[in-house]
Design a protein around this ligand. Structure first.
Ligand SMILES: *Cc1c(COP(=O)(O)O)cnc(C)c1O
Length: 415
């Protein structure tokens, strides 16, 4: 692969730099991961050449007899892995998966209830600049402003008053487990569908370190590329009674030809997630996040909810006199990649923020354990304390390079 890529010298130069950035940097963005070589090869496979509009054995193009079998494998594995009756593996991204779920379950302008974006919801959960906020009437719920935990009594109160068509749970910046049974009870009591957007935690659910929504959700949407460690893409699971509506919403509702190369990669991702080694991986993600959280608390950082029981940590930087934007930029100089994030009731704008969101899926894939988490907390702390000292930041970057060199990802990819 590498030799052929070198033919386009302009592209290759940047690709080479990006490969080195991934190898030599600490990836702490909780929604990122490193896929296996098998998944990488499936993504770049000859299935990118094929048109397969429709579904297995019901296509609008000829020549799909083998692609059908690959997509069927992906569907069957997704159903088995997450214990749901129906799976659609065609959505190109988490956002289109959510769009398809809303199309299937609600009419435009209907009420949908989701977590306030500033409190950890996703753009597709009702942001005014997103299709969700434009096409539907979103009602938001928040977290408790003292504990920063979901307040199920308050959620029940709002749901009972508003009677939304759909209640959405599943977040981008919530560091604690979600009680799907409680959400299910609330949804049942007000006649709403329960939609679980497990994009961030799909890998934790597959690895059985977070409770599964399978007994409670009407529809589950998810990305494949976060903790699940698959290719960039998404899928939708549902009860059989919504299968037809979901499939129609995805195709022909909002997509044309599926990306069968990505679907092959998803099939491999589900296979990998069924192996015993994936349970060990998922458990280590959480152990690492807890170790990193503890090390940060020991260094006097404030954490939203006081810690984590997932893959994700949200640091409240206000007591350190830093904004999220500043912290992200300083850490970038030390090859530590994070992202700024709002905290509940953030006094700063979403572009500046008071929070920093970090997570352990990617560094756990590299093989790092609790011992490295302590080192990483100190590297973060040292960088933030020396935010204006470029020499110090360069020294920290060198330490990061040394640490990451012990845990290579794709060492021979471009040789
Ligand atoms: C990442 C994410 C999405 C969207 O996924 P994209 O593939 O970026 O469109 C949707 N919902 C939640 C909760 C997410 O974390």
């Amino acid at each position: 692969m590498s030799l052929n890529l070198k033919i386009d010298k302009e592209v290759f130069e940047w690709y080479y730099k990006e490969w080195r950035r991934q190898e030599e940097g600490l990836e702490l963005i909780p929604s990122e991961n490193y896929v296996s070589l098998a998944i990488l090869q499936a993504s770049g496979s000859i299935l990118t050449n094929k048109y397969s509009e429709g579904y297995p054995f019901k296509r609008y193009y000829g020549g799909n007899q083998f692609v059908d079998q690959i997509e069927l494998l992906a569907i069957e594995r997704a159903k088995k892995l997450f214990n749901m009756e129906h799976a659609n593996v065609q959505p190109h991204s988490g956002s289109t998966a959510n769009m398809a779920a809303y199309f299937a379950l609600a009419n435009f302008k209907d009420k949908i209830m989701g977590l306030n974006l500033q409190h950890g919801g996703h753009l597709t959960h009702g942001s005014a600049v997103n299709f969700s906020g434009k096409l539907y009437t979103f009602i938001s719920y928040g977290v408790d402003l003292q504990t920063h935990l979901l307040d199920y009594d308050e959620i029940a109160r709002i749901a009972d008053k508003e009677k939304p068509k759909i209640i959405v749970c599943g977040y981008t910046a919530y560091p604690r487990q979600i009680d799907f049974a409680k959400f299910s009870k609330i949804a049942k009591e007000c006649g709403s569908y329960l939609m679980v957007d497990m994009a961030h935690i799909a890998g934790l659910i597959a690895g059985e370190v977070h409770p599964s929504p399978s007994l409670y959700a009407d529809v589950i949407t998810s990305t494949t590329h976060k903790t699940l460690r698959g290719p960039r893409g998404a899928f939708i699971l549902s009860k059989n009674q919504y299968a037809q509506a979901i499939d129609k919403a995805v195709f022909p509702g909002l997509q044309g030809g599926p990306l069968e190369n990505q679907i092959m990669a998803k099939a491999i991702c589900f296979y990998e997630a069924m192996q015993p080694s994936f349970k060990v991986y998922a458990a280590q993600i959480v152990k690492n996040a807890k170790a990193l959280a503890k090390a940060l608390l020991d260094l006097n950082y404030d954490l939203i909810t006081g810690g984590t029981d997932t893959h994700l940590i949200l640091i409240d930087l206000r007591s350190k006199g830093l904004t999220g934007k500043e912290a992200q930029e300083v850490l970038d100089k030390a090859a530590i990649t994070t992202n700024k994030n709002t905290i509940p009731n953030d006094p700063q704008s979403p572009f500046v923020t008071s929070g920093l969101r970090i997570g352990t899926p990617a560094i756990t894939t590299r093989g790092m354990k609790e011992q490295e988490m302590e080192q990483i907390a100190h590297l973060i702390d040292q960088a933030l304390k020396n935010k204006n000292d470029l020499v110090k930041l360069e020294q920290i970057k060198e330490k990061v390079r040394k640490l990451t060199a012990e845990f290579p990802i794709y060492p021979n990819l471009l040789n």
